[in-house]
Design a protein around this ligand. Structure first.
Ligand SMILES: NC(=O)c1ccc[n+]([C@@H]2O[C@H](COP(=O)([O-])OP(=O)(O)OC[C@H]3O[C@@H](n4cnc5c(N)ncnc54)[C@H](OP(=O)(O)O)[C@@H]3O)[C@@H](O)[C@H]2O)c1
Length: 243
């Protein structure tokens, strides 16, 4: 039985992943801001799956507290899943640095800060799995969301480098690129149903990626091919498109 830490556990995806990992017999540590919001989920997971489920206060942008947060966890998790993130309007973020900074810190800097600490511990133990939920938005910058996209691009590159480093320490790193998913984050958007996954599909993909030691995972297979095509469009053409 492993212990799984979910960072950003109030996220719709994280809730589905926590349930899936508990169903597979893992103990669960739920970490989020205002963690007492997770009490109902904690009780439900403990009773329904007969595993140990705990809740922990964690703010991705409170960097100074990341080390004490990790040191406070007992036992230390064998699997860490980094789910937190924040997306807002690109134009608002261009005009308001606080908003841009919030997107950069919530999707990139905060993840680097906490995962550096956890990765060091796993490297010493020569054991562990780290999963990062990044985004296809990081695969190529588009005018409609390049602040969020660039933060996710940084996170994807970070996970790639971390995977390369930690491979030599017997630690596995998974990058998840979900495509569109129906959650609170996208509730205001008109997502094309055929291209959109649900949170249970994300949870299945994450659990499988951990079990099979997959490296980079697209939740719906066709997103891999959509992004391959988007990446092959020459820059001279791409810059003229309204994407
Ligand atoms: N939905 C999609 O289509 C989609 C596609 C690709 C990637 N993603 C990524 O998937 C991940 C999960 O998102 P979601 O779709 O499940 O949306 P969500 O339900 O809105 O979850 C986002 C979570 O991030 C948490 N968070 C934000 N800032 C935080 C901070 N400073 N400290 C701790 N937690 C923080 C939020 O916690 P609070 O409850 O405290 O606000 C919220 O629970 C995100 O990284 C997102 O960027 C989503």
């Amino acid at each position: 039985m492993s212990t799984v830490l979910l960072l950003g556990a109030t996220s719709d995806m994280a809730v589905a992943i926590a349930r899936k990992m508990a169903e597979k017999g893992n103990n669960i540590q739920l970490a989020a801001r205002n963690a007492n919001r997770l009490q109902a989920l904690q009780s439900d997971i403990s009773v329904r799956y007969n595993v140990n489920c705990t809740i922990h206060e964690f703010d991705a942008t409170n960097f100074a507290l990341h080390e004490p947060f990790y040191q406070s966890l007992s036992p230390k998790p064998c699997i860490t899943i980094c789910v937190f993130g924040y997306m807002s309007d690109n134009i608002a973020a261009i005009k308001n640095w606080n908003e841009a900074q919030k997107m950069i810190n919530s999707n990139y800097t905060g993840a680097v800060s906490i995962l550096n600490i956890i990765a060091e511990d796993y490297a010493v133990k020569k054991n562990g799995t780290i999963v990062g939920i990044s985004s296809v938005a990081g695969e190529r910058g588009r005018q409609s969301n390049y602040i969020y996209g660039s933060a996710k691009a940084g996170f994807t590159a970070y996970l790639s480098g971390l995977r390369n480093k930690l491979f030599h320490d017997n630690v596995h790193v998974v990058t998840v690129l979900p495509g569109f998913v129906n959650t609170k984050m996208t509730a205001e958007l008109n997502l094309p149903p055929l291209l959109t996954a649900n949170t249970e599909q994300v949870a299945d993909a994450v659990e499988k990626a951990i079990r099979k030691k997959q490296n980079v995972v697209y939740v719906k297979w066709f997103w891999k091919w959509i992004m391959k095509i988007i990446k092959t469009i020459p820059e001279n053409m791409f810059k003229k498109k309204k994407l």
